[in-house]
Design a protein around this ligand. Structure first.
Ligand code: HAM
Length: 424
């Protein structure tokens, strides 16, 4: 039997892990600049958190959750997204009384039983931000600016932002009725899922990707045309702030997002490099979520994006693989005495912050040099019987071929590696 990764999951091998590191480092750095603090929540949650938080009528809850019973018969789910978990953590720890306004970010694996294809996996990584505790439109604009800054830092241009507002709970109820009427006499030409959605939540019809449903969806009225005056004002303010920041967007009435917790602002950042899975990231406001989970009325806004999709775009645009980590020094050895010294020296140098490696397979000198080259070691130091006897060796800088004679004492080597060109 051959063991392969489970369908929809993948291995990130060391040669490509650099991409993930670049994306994650960029997320962390942008979070630092915008003052979002990291939160890590469990991968396992009670199923009810998602059925209540995300909504029973959504595809995520209906068809895509990895749900199982634990040994005591409790229904648990591998988190399909991060927002409900962050809202749960906010309530579990009483953050609303401690520091009601919180700006948080996270990076971690999510799970959805979807049909795997380019940019769509069953285990995928999301980076996301959640700003909880303010209704101010400046926060909507800030999380959108965060997303644009992240893309700029990664050197990704040619993206566009689709923006919409779906209004407050009352607006959505009204809009649902408008959609229900719009689709009523078209339903017989639409898919069975849409017929079910028409019953449960006609807003979800707008998520349908079926070709035969698209023309009916394209003809549907947009949510932003049916906002109450407060929501219309909020939306206008968000747009003004984005204009002031010089951030581009296009109003797209089709963007309603596939999760039920959204209110008011919703957005998606898209790239043509991704084909049908064109959404690099998506988010919006969720002013009713925390209350729906049993907390006090607490607004929130955020977004999340898939790390894999960013990596796909970076690769397709021909960005160079971020150089796999290189080492500072390779210790090549000749003879038993040299090996013993090299083994001890490597350990001492690592403790002083130098990245060092040796050959652990007792191979020929030539093979050791090949390995030093493969590892792109910056320096090479050969330790044979002579060096073992004299306690000195020649430290070679690989890029220039320059050699300096050094003491085989860790401090001397650290100095020479950190300040190439100077000798002891
Ligand atoms: P979402 O649109 O379901 O929103 O997912 C956000 C992003 O996660 C997508 O734009 C995509 O980049 C990535 N993604 C989703 N599903 C997959 C998949 N199967 N494979 C690969 N990537 C995927 C949310 O999850 C919300 N929690 C976002 C949010 C945060 N809204 C407010 N705060």
């Amino acid at each position: 039997m051959r063991y392969d990764p489970v369908r929809g999951t993948y291995d990130v091998l060391p040669d490509t892990a650099g991409w993930w590191q670049v994306v994650e480092a960029a997320v962390r750095d942008v979070a630092r600049r915008y003052n979002y603090r990291e939160i890590r929540t469990p991968i396992l949650e009670h199923t009810e958190l998602f059925s209540r938080g995300i909504g029973e009528s959504t595809d995520v809850v209906n068809k895509e959750m990895y749900t199982f019973q634990d040994r005591r018969g409790r229904s648990l789910t591998l988190r399909p997204e991060g927002t409900a978990s962050v809202a749960r953590a906010y309530l579990s720890h009483g953050l609303q009384t401690e520091a009601p306004f919180q700006k948080l970010f996270y990076v971690g694996p999510m799970f959805r039983y979807e049909k795997p294809q380019k940019g769509r996996f069953r285990q995928f990584e999301q980076y996301g931000v959640e700003a909880i505790g303010s209704l101010d439109p400046s926060l909507d604009a800030e999380v959108i600016a965060f997303a644009w800054t992240l893309m700029d830092d990664l050197g990704l241009g040619g993206l566009w932002l689709r923006l919409n507002s779906i209004g407050c709970a009352e607006d959505r109820d009204r809009y649902r009725d408008i959609l229900r009427r719009h689709f009523a006499d078209r339903l017989d030409r639409m898919c069975s899922d849409c017929q079910r959605r028409h019953e449960m939540n006609p807003l979800r019809i707008l998520d349908c990707k079926e070709d035969r449903c698209r023309p009916h969806i394209d003809a549907a009225p947009g949510s932003a045309e049916h906002l109450c005056s407060e929501c219309a004002d909020h939306f206008a303010q968000v747009r003004t702030l984005l204009d002031e920041l010089g951030l581009s967007y296009e109003i797209d009435p089709r963007v309603v997002r596939g999760l039920d917790y959204y209110t008011r602002t919703v957005f998606e950042l898209v790239s043509s490099d991704l084909g049908s899975q064109d959404s690099l990231l998506g988010g919006g406001r969720y002013d009713g979520l925390i209350e729906a989970l049993g907390g006090p009325p607490t607004p929130g806004v955020g977004f999340a994006g898939g790390t894999e999709r960013l990596v796909i775009v970076l690769r397709e645009r021909g960005s160079r693989v971020p150089s796999a980590s290189t080492i500072d020094l390779f210790l090549a050895t000749l003879g038993g005495a040299g090996r013993r010294i090299a083994f001890r020296l490597a350990e001492a140098l690592r403790r002083q912050g130098i990245a060092v490696d040796i050959d652990h397979r007792d191979r020929s000198f030539r093979k050791q040099l090949t390995l030093a080259n493969q590892l792109a070691a910056r320096f090479l130091l050969v330790i044979g019987d002579d060096e073992a006897a004299s306690g000195r060796g020649a430290l070679k800088e690989m890029a220039t071929g320059q050699e300096v004679s050094v003491d085989l004492a860790p401090e001397t080597i650290v100095r020479a590696v950190e300040r190439p060109g100077s000798s002891d």
